[in-house]
Design a protein around this ligand. Structure first.
Ligand code: ADP
Length: 448
């Protein structure tokens, strides 16, 4: 333990002033800040008053001690001249304990003392033993002032403390005001955001309602278009068939002979009527597919049989010697659960297109089996279709403009896609100008 910095008795009222004064002096000497000097001095005079009145005084010892936290503390021990009642000490003013870091009763070498301490800030000059010796000498030399001087000092300290309290109060009021303003701002922002959100919501709801209405209108329009197509096609079929029949009759050898010019004209009527009938039939097919009146009949379809049939019918049809039709036989077992008639119709349509648009090279049909699907691929070495038209060719009546256009109605691909959708699959196109076209029909192997 360090030797005491200062010792003094507390016996009469005047000693309280002296103690207070010396307390502040010691606190300043070890490096406590001004506020802490006043706090310690105030706590000391309070405790001194209690002890003087309670037990008739004490012997006071100032010392610097190290603490468990490695910090230095200014420690003041007040050893009462008479034993403390019950060996305990309670300050009259409860606030005293708050002015110092520790305040309590301890027993030092069998003597009970009231001990208070205050931490010396780390920024203070290092309290080496030489420095402490120096302080001890310095404190020993200085003599305490009078009670009046101490009172004057105390007064000026009180004024400074009051000033500080007032400025803290003003600062607090300012902070409060700021906080309130911020709160009001946040609240206003919140309201604004809520309003905006509500407005957006209303907009979205209105938009949805409009969308619903539009899609209902679209559905209705599409249905009436389908009905119209079906009716017109149906109504046209009978007269067109009649025209073809009549034209055939006119050209029949059993009828009156025709001049060669008449024969040519009747031939034209017949071929035009046949084209018209083909268009009417395709329109009728498409309308039927769109109105959902085609119901696929699912059976176990043998792809090898379907491919064989297509090979036969299309070979008879296609004439160009520079185009080869290749139908690859899928390896057995090659069955798919599907509607055989509709599937054959789709593949025939795609192969027919390939043969129609390809002038050199080949048109090929092959099948690929995946884990749970089949891919039926129709590829050709024809002119190809630019990427931006890949979806358009599936629109009704659309035909790619340009020199490659060869007859047709523009209804084949939309119809094929409808049918593939009905069969639970999809129809995709990969193509580029000059690179040929590849149409791929993907079907679930089990038809679901
Ligand atoms: P159509 O063949 O009766 O004109 P489709 O609906 O079958 O009608 O085809 C639409 C258009 O797509 C065709 O007119 C043609 O321009 C283009 N097309 C279809 N298949 C091919 C193909 N294999 N190669 C190049 N173009 C094609």
């Amino acid at each position: 333990m360090n030797a005491p910095l200062l010792q003094m008795p507390l016996r009469v009222e005047r000693d309280i002033f002296v103690l207070r004064q010396r307390g502040r002096e010691v606190a300043a000497a070890v490096g406590l800040e001004h506020q802490d000097q006043v706090r310690l001095a105030t706590a000391l005079s309070e405790v001194a008053r209690d002890l003087l009145l309670g037990v008739g005084g004490a012997d006071v010892v100032f010392a610097v001690a190290g603490a468990a936290d490695g910090q230095r503390h200014l420690r003041v021990d007040l050893a009462p001249v008479r034993a403390l009642p019950d060996g305990r000490y309670e300050p009259q003013s409860g606030a005293v304990a708050r002015l110092v870091d520790t305040l309590g009763v301890v027993t030092v070498e069998e003597v009970t003392v009231v001990r208070m301490s205050r931490r010396v800030p780390a920024t203070a000059q290092a309290l080496t033993s030489e420095r402490l010796a120096q302080l001890r000498a310095q404190l020993g030399k200085s003599s305490p002032g009078t009670a009046e001087e101490e009172l004057a000092t105390q007064n000026s300290q009180l004024i400074a403390a009051l000033d500080e309290v007032r400025s803290q109060r003003d600062e607090l009021a300012r902070l409060n005001e700021e906080l309130e303003q911020t709160n009001r701002g946040v609240l206003a922002l919140y309201h604004q955001l809520t309003d905006e959100l509500e407005e957006t919501n209303r907009g979205v709801v209105a938009l949805y309602a409009e969308l619903d209405e539009k899609s209902a209108q679209l559905r209705a329009a599409s249905e009436s278009k389908t009905r119209f197509l079906a009716n017109v096609s149906h109504e046209l079929r009978a007269p067109v068939t009649a025209i073809i029949g009549l034209a055939r009759l006119l050209g029949d050898s059993a009828s009156d002979p025709l001049t060669s010019e008449q024969e040519q004209q009747v031939g034209l009527i017949r071929s035009s009527a046949s084209d018209l009938l083909a268009l009417v039939n395709e329109l009728l097919d498409l309308a039927k597919a769109e109105s959902g009146r085609i119901e696929p009949e699912l059976t176990e379809v043998d792809l090898r049989a379907v491919f064989g049939q297509l090979r036969g019918t299309l070979r008879a049809l296609h004439t160009g010697p520079e185009v080869e039709l290749v139908v690859e036989d899928p390896a057995p077992p090659a069955t798919v659960r599907s509607d055989e008639v509709l599937l054959a119709q789709v593949l025939r349509n795609l192969l027919h297109n390939g043969l129609k648009f390809t002038t050199r090279g080949e048109v090929r049909l092959r099948a690929e089996r995946g884990t749970d699907y089949w891919r039926l691929v129709v590829s050709d070495t024809g002119p190809g279709i630019p990427a931006e038209l890949h979806e358009r060719v599936f629109e009704e009546f659309y035909q790619v403009p340009g020199p490659t256009r060869v007859g047709g109605t523009g209804l084949g691909l939309p119809y094929a896609r409808r049918l593939v959708t009905l069969l639970g699959g999809d129809l995709e196109l990969a193509s580029a100008p000059g690179q040929g076209s590849t149409f791929t029909v993907s079907l679930p192997a089990d038809g679901t």
